[in-house]
Structure formats: structure tokens, C-alpha cells
Ligand binder design. Sequence first.
Ligand SMILES: Nc1ncnc2c1ncn2[C@@H]1O[C@H](COP(=O)(O)OP(=O)(O)OP(=O)(O)O)[C@@H](O)[C@H]1O
Ligand SMILES: [Mg+2]
Length: 345
Amino acid sequence: MRSPFSFSTRGIAIDLGTANTVVYVSGVGIVASEPSVVTMETINGVTKVRAVGDDAKLMLGKTPGNLRTIRPLRNGVIADLEVAEEMIKHFIRKAHGGPSRFSRGPEVVICIPSGATSVERRAIRDAVVNAGADKVSLIEEPMAAAIGAGLPVAEPIGSMVVDIGGGTTEVGVISLQGLAFCRSARVGGDRMDEAIASYVRRNFNLLIGEGTAERVKLEVGSALRPADGPGLMCRVRGRDVSRGVPSEIELSQAQVADAVADPVNQIVEVVRTALEHTQPEIAADVIDQGITMTGGGSLLRGISTILQDSTGLVVRVADDPMSCVALGAGQTLEEKVLRGALQAA
Ligand SMILES: Nc1ncnc2c1ncn2[C@@H]1O[C@H](COP(=O)(O)OP(=O)(O)OP(=O)(O)O)[C@@H](O)[C@H]1O
Ligand SMILES: [Mg+2]
């Protein structure tokens, strides 16, 4: 096996996600999976990267004045180009072994949301080139997700994939290596976290940060109310709005299901609209094959059941759903037949 730090690495696939960046190296597999978070430090007016990924996420919401913790992607697109570029550099260095006089830059396949505008595509491409890539190709996220989930993308069979990420939900119908239909909505895990934070503020007068809201979602979050009773319980700490002091409450699975109902319904609506717009021949395949879910949001309790009930189709969650997009993009580096899924940058 080739070392992930080898200077001869030629191909890198990057799923530059709103919440997590996953990096695949050709011939090796996934070498990094870390939060898309960067901490910048300013000393004597000079700003530099202090931490990226796991280390930076630990600092989110807890940084003193000279440190800023930034999530450079919002809603699936780059919101802070300079910081995003630093983050891409960090991950390419990690995968490629850093700049060397003796090696050319790697070939990089990078995933883009299907709804990205040409300006956003160019911004992503430029950031990857500035980070040291020799050649850049783009792949649309639903296509990469479908390949990574093992769907028969190269065959004349329509497959539907629903990728629920931190910032976006992407629905794609794929046949013969092309996106026959896609729809992207700026709703995903982040919206659920915001919905939980505002529910807690509204009902308990308690202010909580985005990290705490996400923890609540992971511990007791659910798209469905439990059949009877409050379900799982979790303790939540924050700041009491009126008294201004730290305070603690208890939240139930049922309450969190109410809190996230809006974003969950929006996701269901995106899928229903996609089904309504799918060509009849392909729709027939989707009825046969069902829907495959990928992305971290597909791990929310009950979300596949809600989607199944509201579409009448069989819904399955892919194995290792948070890695599918990077694995699928990586496959295009390994298998020549999949090159047709790439777009020149
Ligand atoms: N068990 C879980 N239950 C609910 N949500 C989860 C779970 N695990 C992860 N998530 C959520 O999934 C989201 C991250 O998923 P993922 O890594 O697929 O997103 P991303 O690819 O970074 O985002 P995007 O594709 O929108 O750019 C986060 O909002 C995270 O809180
Ligand atoms: Mg994603």
C-alpha cells in the first residue's frame, strides 16, 4: 500500500463539505475526515492559520479575542474564499505530503453541489489551484454520492440518491453516468441545529451555541416523535436569557422531534418535487430500485421512515453514508469508465 504521505501521490478526491471535509487518495482510500473548520490567529496585525479540522472544531465558540474560528463553507458553497483556500491547502498537504521541488502538484477531483452557480464553481476551482493542484476536475455531489453508494450509475437504469449534508440536501436521479434530474435545497443538518437552538430559546429562555445544539441532535434527535412517551432524554446547558447566568434543562426526543419538524418537512418536500419531475421511464426504475440516502443527515433517527411513508418507495441508508461522496469521487480516479462523470473545471 502506498503511504498517504508519499510524494508520488497523483490523485486526490476531496468532498469539501459544509460540515466535514473527506479526503481520498488514489490507491489508498480515505485518509482524512475532519470538520470543515479553521481557527485563524492574529499576532501583531498578521493573521495566520492556527488549527484546522478536529483541533479547530474543539475551539468553536470558545476562542479569545485574537483567535477566530471560522466555518468557510455555508449552505454547501464557499462563504470565505481565503480561509477555504487555507483549509484545502491543509488537506492537500496532508494527503500529498506537502509542496516539494521534486513533485508536481496532484490531480484533484473536487465535489460541488449540483446547484452551484458558475461563479461558485470557478471560486472552488481557483481555491484548489491556488492550493497547489496540477489539474482540477469537478464532480457533482449527487453523482459522487451515487457512485460511492454503489448504485449502477453507468447503466441505463435510473437511480435516485438523496444526500443530506450539513448545508444542503441534494436529490439526484442518475442514469448512464449523467444527472437526469437534480434538485438542491439549502436545508440540512445546520438548519436542524438552528431549529433546536431557537426551540430551546423560545420554550426555555435558554441560549445555546451551535455545538451544543448539534450534540442534542446526535444524542436524542429524531424525525419522528416516539410512539409513546417522551423517548430519550438529554441534559442541555446554556445561558439563561433573562437572568444572564448559566443554567441547565432537560430535553426529550419528542421535544427535539418537534423542534426539527420544519427542516425535516422541507427535506421531504425536495424529494417529492424531484419525484414529480422525474421522467416516467426513469420513475419506473426508481419505483423498482427505491431511494438511497447518503450524508450525515441520513443518520437522523426516523428520517428514512418518514421519507418512505411520504413517497411510498423503499428507502435505504447507504453503508458509511458520510463517506459516500468522497468514495465516489475517488472511484473516478481509479476507474477509467467513470471518467465520464467528471466535468472539466
Ligand atoms: N447520527 C446523526 N444524526 C443526525 N445528524 C447527524 C448524525 N451524524 C451526523 N449528522 C449531521 O450530518 C451533518 C454532516 O453531514 P455531512 O458530513 O454529510 O455534511 P457535509 O458533506 O459536510 O455538508 P454538505 O454536503 O451540505 O456540504 C451535520 O449536520 C451533522 O450534525
Ligand atoms: Mg456533503
